[in-house]
Design a protein around this ligand. Structure first.
Ligand code: NAD
Ligand code: ZN
Length: 357
């Protein structure tokens, strides 16, 4: 038996207002006059957070468009432009939701690796460390701040650059930064965390490491999203730690049915990760009965609309494309349904599930 030797984020700072320590945190990682590059989620363009970024020397803020989830072409272009402008940089700092953080991880790696980021979509294909990188979440739930992947849509696949070089060197967990997230977005991304917990805790890969983190994250999600309470600052603190713990849980197990199906939607229809998982979770009673019941209660109590009918009118070829992407996520299915998963989740059965969405 080969056990995973998990590579973790090296430094973590947590607390309301800890963003103010960024200058001091980055100082020892500055290499001569090579700049720090801040990839800032476009939501914050012109907002007060942008002017709190501690710029020194040739440092630069690059506003990143996260209307669509990150693409390999976007990563390659950003890295190429930085190489042309500066030669080398001291570090890449991603400030935003999962998309901006994933862009920062991938651009950091591509500052030191040759070719296209598409060449590294897969497991352990990255061979050289990137430049120093830090992640600063402004939405909580994806676990991208702790994971060893950066999810990219490339020319032929939607797959992460999974490697020991991918985790951040530093994360800055300041719950104040998530304060202005719209209720819908906060819910969808928060449910990504809830679904990570259910898929990890109900999966066949479960072990005490994943269980410890998963149970804590689940308890935090229940505390936040159940009980018809108005949103308050403490919830931002809790959800940030739920995201961290949920990410740690899946890091040592795997996600499951909702993610495997949602990847197909996202590949074909561009459905975003959080909402896509919710659309699928809504129909998974057969696999996660208690989790789905509770999920529906959270949806109702928080007055959230989950889209339905998104696969209406798709062609045979389109269904086939989604089925292929989804069935390609073998470890997810194995975690969810066991070694025999192929005899349980047949193409017909999965097709019927997609038709319901
Ligand atoms: P997101 O980063 O795609 O952002 C969603 C929207 O929220 C954007 O319009 C953004 O501008 C806006 N936004 C961000 N912070 C805000 C704030 N504080 N206030 C108001 N608006 C804000 O959303 P997400 O759900 O955090 O991330 C999804 C992405 O993360 C996907 O690209 C997905 O593939 C990726 N992901 C990565 C991992 C990983 O382990 N690397 C895991 C799960 C998901
Ligand atoms: Zn997820």
């Amino acid at each position: 038996m080969q056990f995973r030797n998990l590579k973790l984020v090296s430094n973590v700072v947590f607390g309301r207002g800890c963003f103010n320590q960024l200058d001091e945190i980055l100082a020892p990682h500055r290499k001569g006059d090579a700049p720090m590059i801040f990839l800032l989620d476009h939501f914050f363009e012109g907002k007060p957070l942008a002017s709190r970024i501690p710029l020194r020397g040739k440092d630069k803020i690059v506003i990143v468009d996260v209307t669509y989830e990150p693409k390999t072409t976007q990563v390659d272009k950003l890295a190429q432009e930085l190489k042309e402008e500066f030669g080398t940089v001291s570090g890449i700092i991603g400030i935003g939701g999962g998309s901006a953080m994933d862009l920062a991880k991938a651009v950091s790696l591509m500052m030191n690796n040759t070719g296209s980021s598409a060449d590294y979509q897969g497991w352990d294909l990255v061979k050289v460390a990137g430049v120093y990188k830090a992640g600063i979440p402004t939405l909580s739930g994806t676990g991208a701040e702790v994971s060893r992947t950066t999810v990219l849509t490339g020319p032929v696949r939607k797959l992460g650059m999974n490697s020991d070089f991918t985790p951040f060197d530093q994360i800055v967990l300041d719950p104040e930064l998530t304060k202005d997230a719209p209720a819908n977005q906060r819910f969808y991304t928060g449910m990504d965390c809830y679904i990570h917990c259910i898929e990890s805790l109900e999966g066949t890969f479960l072990n005490e490491f994943s269980k410890s983190y998963g149970e804590k994250a689940l308890q935090l999600c229940q505390n936040i999203f159940l009980g018809n309470k108005p949103w308050n600052d403490a919830n931002d603190d809790k959800l940030m730690m739920a995201s961290y713990a949920g990410g740690m849980s899946i890091a040592y197990s795997q996600v499951g049915v909702a993610h495997a199906v949602s990847y197909g939607l996202s590949y074909l229809l561009g459905t975003k990760h959080g909402i896509g998982n919710c659309i699928v979770m809504n129909h998974l009673e057969e696999y996660y009965p208690a989790g789905v019941k509770e999920f529906k209660q959270m949806v109702a109590e928080n007055n959230i609309d989950i889209p339905v009918g998104i696969c209406n009118g798709l062609s045979e070829e389109q269904f086939d494309a989604m089925l292929n992407v989804s069935l390609g996520m073998k470890p997810l299915w194995e975690n969810a349904l066991g070694k025999n998963w192929e005899s349980i989740m047949t193409r017909e059965k999965l097709r019927a599930l997609y038709e319901k969405l």
